[in-house]
Design a protein around this ligand. Structure first.
Ligand code: SF4
Ligand code: SF4
Ligand code: SF4
Length: 325
């Protein structure tokens, strides 16, 4: 989408009211026909001996055409922020989530029932059934789709990172120097674009499995309808005399884990073995982020910004139509 800054700002001025976009407060109930994924920790070995796990490599390859290409001139602190987030020189990082790495594998040793278990945990967006990120995005550009995935529109994201603040697992990751916040410069609105797993939405729509799933030769990853996956997860948890994570957490998720080791123990080991426990991606029982943050979200006056986005879209559409004529 080509749009000059001048035209954009003209559109902003023209926006006297701002109702085109609003935070997504009502989301259709998750249907049993929506997709969910199962991650079986008893089958995942973290691709032992490999530098990069197969699922991680497959995700990076399949999605690299969607990775951000920042404008170097905008890689600078963006007031009132005192720093900026630039992963463009660290694209090879595979041991955490970044804008260039949408899944990774945690490794931890956990003692349970007198046995030491080496556990590998593939991590990515949980595609929550009642996602606080989508419900509290001030710009209303994150969506929970009826097919189960939660996605971010990179053309409209300002990178304000509210979604990460309210995500119990800090999933969305920001890249500076990309996105429409640059058109509002020097106004302090955002600072990049947030990126994360979208369940390979376009691949799913084409009738194929998300890239990470067939890449796993251990069959640790499975996708199906939510009804099928929940039934399978519960059956496996019973068979293993094990545990299930995702059925209730954060209001229920469309990514569920099964394990022979209690998740409380895995979470405690993740914390205990981390050099930076405050930033470790956990497997805990998170607070209900919708309750914790909704009052604050309502107090934030973002109407002018939302108006700007609406104006941007309206003006962009006009320009596009004029070009087509
Ligand atoms: S899920 Fe499969 S591909 Fe991914 S780390 Fe585990 S074993 Fe490897
Ligand atoms: S895991 Fe985080 S980013 Fe993903 S849907 Fe849930 S709240 Fe949103
Ligand atoms: S579903 Fe797609 S985007 Fe998400 S981790 Fe797997 S390959 Fe990556």
């Amino acid at each position: 989408m080509k749009l000059s800054r001048r035209t954009f700002l003209a559109g902003v001025v023209a926006a006297s009211s701002a109702t085109l976009l609003a935070p997504q407060k009502s989301i259709a109930a998750v249907s049993d026909q929506s997709y969910a994924t199962l991650i079986d920790l008893t089958k995942c070995d973290g691709c032992l001996g490999q530098d990069v796990a197969d699922c991680v490599r497959a995700c990076r390859t399949a999605n690299q055409h969607r990775f951000p290409e920042p404008n170097p001139a905008m890689l600078k602190p963006y007031w009132p922020q005192k720093s900026f987030e630039d992963w463009s020189q660290k694209r090879d990082v595979t041991n955490r989530l970044t804008p260039y790495n949408w899944t990774f594998v945690q490794h931890v040793t956990v003692e349970h029932a007198g046995v030491e278990h080496e556990i590998a945990i593939p991590r990515r967006c949980m595609h929550c059934d009642n996602p606080p990120c989508a419900k509290l995005c001030p710009f209303g550009i994150m969506k929970k789709h009826p097919e189960g995935m939660v996605d971010i529109d990179p053309d409209l994201c300002f990178g304000g990172a509210k979604c990460r603040t309210v995500c119990p697992w800090d999933v969305p990751q920001r890249q500076a120097g990309v996105g429409i916040y640059q058109m509002l410069d020097p106004l302090p609105a955002g600072g990049g674009v947030m990126f994360k797993c979208d369940l390979c939405k376009d691949t799913l729509a084409a009738g194929e499995q998300p890239a990470c799933i067939p890449a796993c030769t251990k069959q640790a990853l499975t996708i199906g309808t939510r009804h099928e996956i929940m039934a399978q997860a519960e059956a496996l948890a019973n068979e293993y005399q094990g545990y299930l994570y995702g059925k209730e957490e954060n209001g229920g998720t469309s990514t569920v884990y099964v394990s022979k080791v209690p998740f409380e123990k895995i979470d405690a080991a993740l914390l205990a073995h981390s050099k930076q426990p405050e930033s470790v991606m956990r497997l805990h029982q998170p607070d209900n982020m919708l309750i914790t943050h909704e009052g604050k979200a309502k107090a934030v006056l973002l109407a002018p910004i939302i108006g700007a986005v609406g104006a941007f879209m309206a003006t962009a559409n006009k320009e596009k139509k004029a070009e087509e004529k």
